[in-house]
Design a protein. Sequence first.
Length: 245
Amino acid sequence: MIGNRRDPPSDYWEVKCEECREGLSARLDGEDEPAGVDRHLDGCAACREWFAAAAGLRRAMVLRPAPAVPDLTAAILERTPAPSGEGWGPRIALGLVAIGQLGLAFAQLLGTDGGHGAAHLGHESGAWNLAVGIGLLTAVLRPKTAGGQLPLLAGFVGVLLVLSAGDLAAGQVTLARLATHVLVVLGLVLLWAVHRGHRDRGGAPLPAATADDGGTSVSGSTVDAPAGRPRPRVFRRQAHGRHAA
């Protein structure tokens, strides 16, 4: 119809400053904004200045400096377990002793002669030496098992030394025969060394945080607790039964 206004050349009408700033605020909040905001922003210096100030204010509200914390590098490294490659010296030596002990056991099991009683006695001794060799080899592969073997092997070596000394004094055994016991004695010493090394590499746990004075104490250094944050509660185990006195 003649005299009617034609459609605008684009899909938006001119945007006023108030509408532009509302759209820019929606943009900062991640919401949908009306069309034409960017065109108005390109031609309005006041709205550009307003948008820069609003963006800076929002950034200041979202981002804040991190609180200062103490340097705990030395304390953490002191309690960090040593690399698994350390302590291989005693383990390698124990492995060699275990192999020697296994060789001695097989020699007894396969080379025993004589009567049935002597053969069975040799089999018992060989079986024991075989078990000792397997135990020592297990400690080489898994050092945490060394501590469990110490009491049994220490008792065996102690009794063996006492009896061997008596037999040697009575002339019932030769030094060459007693030399075969050197392996088990060395095995006991190295087993203790492996156990000690594995225990030392385990390290002590970090001390628990305390809040007696409003701060957190770690390795002798105190960190002030942030304002407004509740202090951590200290867990105390309650006594029960006959221990509740």
